[in-house]
Every structure is written in structure tokens, then in C-alpha cells.
Design a protein around this ligand. Structure first.
Ligand code: 13P
Ligand code: SF4
Length: 338
């Protein structure tokens, strides 16, 4: 039997198809320096979400929430956008920049919330309610965006719902927890898709209550993707940027943080004298890490920038039909000063 020796190009192609470049990186390499060098050499920008590993946040040109990341993607003049986040975020950047190369260090960095709303099922659901318009949380696939009238993020969701005439029925997808929160905040009756985020559904009300007894002055702050029982107990509810700003501006010194633990890096950086406690989950697992966000590593980031792979590729019709709902979201956000 003969062994087929593959050329480096074929190997790259093979690895790319599997989702990331599994190329060993010399541990002696100064990755921060190398990534900075590659940024300049290739006119690349790194956009990172707050849930990324700390060292990835530290090499990023911009760190933000889903709205901030979309706004940055819409205005960048870089030739290459390197997205340190998950698939739907990089897809959004690609839809806003069809002519640019958008890289995601690991294409398998998905999202349980986006997965909870398969477009073929949603299409049927939508057809059963032809009088409704569709507002989708940005945490959904590019194909779902083709079935959406207006996109939203947790920063602008209230503004987006309130921008729609009161007599217009609305389907809200895919996050039922954010949807329920919006119903309370806006007084609107939304028809909810039954989706949720695996990370934000894991918090234990019982364990948080016990923790608060030990830290009576601590503020409980929660992301609106959390379940109602957690949100009802929270002192503040907001997007990742909202949560971060709250910890900076609050007089409190201790915060129990009910969202993905990556945000603690910026909270600790901005308020080094304050204490941040990740909200406890309802099991004994390590913590509140999003396994999708944490698929990205410095090594994968370095390889992605070196080889300009893996790249987000979208079919033309997806970009043509999916972009309008993002543009509408950006327009409404700009008018609201967000
Ligand atoms: P924001 O950063 O927009 O609040 O979203 C949180 C999230 O779950 C991203 O996946
Ligand atoms: Fe998706 Fe939840 Fe991970 Fe955000 S934290 S990327 S919503 S699975």
C-alpha cells in the first residue's frame, strides 16, 4: 500500500474544510508580536467579543458587544476582518462587507441559540403567521436573517420593538428569554420562538441566593438571555456593554455576574479595585464559559492571519436577502444614538 503525501496546499484545504487550521505553532513564538506584525502587513483588523479569552481581547483592535462589533464591521477600511467571536458574528461582518475577506479562527465556533432556530422550521412557522413581521436577535444564522425584517441585539432590542407600530403583530426569534424580557419592558405581545442560549440558561437561582447571603452588598447583574427567574432577581439587566458600564459607574464594590465569564476580564481591567463573582451554575461544571466562544485560541488566530483561512463564504442570495434586516437595525440604532 502506498502512502499519499499531500502538498501543503492540499493540507490547508483539508484542514479548512474541517473548520480550523490544525498547524502546530512554535511555543517560543511571541504571538502578540506576530499578530501585531500580521495586522500591519495585511491591513487586517481584529474585532473581538467580550466572551473571548483574555489574551485574544488584549490583541484586538476593538472589543465589544454584538451591536458595537456590527457597527465596527460596517465602517472598517481594513482589507481583512479577523473575527474573534462566533460564526453568526463573522457572517454578519461578511454580509456588511461582501467584498472583504472575513476570517474566523475556528468555523466550528457556533452558537446554541442560533442552532435552536433552524431556518427550514422557522420558514414554516412564519408562513403560519403571514400578518406578523419578524424581529430576530442577531444571534441567528445568515439564512434566518433572510427571513427577518429587522435584526436586533440586546443593546437595541427595546428601541427596535418600540420603532414598530403598536398594531403590527411581531414574531420574535430565536431567544425566548430575551423575548419575554422585551414583552415586560415594552408591554408588547410578541409571538416567541422557543430558543435559548445554553450558557445563560445554566444559572442557579438557589445558589445565587446563597451567594448573596454571603455578599449582602453585592449587586446581581444579568444578561437578558438569562431565564426570567434570574432576571426578576437582578439589580441590573443589560447587554455585555451595558453590564460593563454598570460596573464602572456603580458605587457598589462587588458584583455577581450572570453572563459568560469572559466579560470579567474587561470588568477587572476597568475597575481593578472591585470584586467580580461569576454567578454559579446549576451543576458542578467549571463555570460559565461558552464552549463556542472558547474554541478560538491565540494559535488559531495566528494561523488564520498567516494563511488567511478559514474564511467566511456566503452565497450571493444570502447576502442580498439577509443584509436588509441588519441595515435596518443599524439605521434605527443610529437614530436612537446607540
Ligand atoms: P451582547 O454582547 O450583544 O450582549 O451578546 C451576548 C451574546 O450572547 C453574544 O453571543
Ligand atoms: Fe451563543 Fe450563548 Fe455562546 Fe452567546 S454565549 S455565542 S448566545 S451559545
Amino acid at each position: 500500500m502506498t502512502t499519499q503525501i499531500q502538498s501543503p496546499e492540499l493540507d490547508l484545504d483539508f484542514m479548512n474544510k474541517r473548520g480550523f487550521l490544525n498547524i502546530p505553532v512554535d511555543p517560543a513564538l511571541d504571538l502578540e508580536y506576530e499578530i501585531e506584525r500580521l495586522k500591519k502587513e495585511k491591513n487586517a483588523v481584529i474585532l473581538a467579543h467580550y466572551y473571548q479569552e483574555s489574551e485574544i481581547q488584549d490583541v484586538a483592535d476593538y472589543i465589544g458587544d454584538s451591536l458595537g462589533l456590527s457597527q465596527q464591521a460596517a465602517k472598517t477600511d481594513a482589507d481583512i476582518i479577523v473575527f474573534a467571536g462566533v460564526h453568526f458574528m463573522a457572517e454578519t461582518a461578511k454580509m456588511l462587507n461582501p467584498e472583504k475577506k472575513v476570517l474566523l479562527p475556528d468555523l466550528k465556533a457556533g452558537c446554541s441559540l442560533a442552532d435552536s432556530c433552524p431556518p427550514h422550521l422557522f420558514r414554516k412557522f412564519k408562513a403560519q403567521h403571514p400578518d406578523h413581521i419578524v424581529v430576530s436577535y442577531i444571534n441567528c444564522t445568515a439564512e434566518l436573517k433572510t427571513l427577518t425584517d429587522i435584526c436586533c441585539t440586546s443593546t437595541n432590542a427595546v428601541h427596535i420593538i418600540e420603532s414598530i407600530p403598536k398594531d403590527q403583530p411581531i414574531i420574535f426569534a430565536p431567544d425566548k428569554n430575551l423575548g419575554k424580557y422585551l414583552m415586560k419592558k415594552t408591554g408588547r405581545d410578541l409571538l416567541l420562538w422557543d430558543g435559548a442560549c445554553m450558557v445563560h440558561e445554566i444559572f442557579s437561582k438557589e445558589r445565587i441566593t446563597k451567594l448573596r447571603l454571603r455578599h449582602p452588598d453585592a449587586k446581581l447583574i444579568a444578561h437578558p438571555e438569562c431565564e426570567e427567574i434570574i432576571l426578576d432577581a437582578a439589580d441590573y439587566i443589560g447587554s455585555t456593554t451595558g453590564l460593563l458600564n454598570y460596573t464602572i459607574n456603580s458605587d457598589a464594590n462587588t458584583f455577581i455576574v450572570a453572563t459568560e465569564s469572559g466579560i470579567l476580564h474587561q470588568m477587572e481591567k476597568r475597575s481593578p479595585h472591585k470584586t467580580f463573582i461569576p454567578a454559579p451554575p446549576n451543576n458542578s461544571c467549571a463555570c460559565n464559559d461558552c464552549p463556542h466562544m472558547k474554541r478560538n485560541t491565540m494559535e488559531k488566530l495566528y494561523n488564520a492571519m498567516t494563511y488567511e483561512l478559514p474564511e467566511i463564504i456566503l452565497e450571493d442570495w444570502i447576502i442580498e436577502e439577509g443584509r436588509a434586516c441588519i441595515d435596518r437595525m443599524l439605521e434605527i440604532s443610529a437614530k436612537a444614538g446607540l
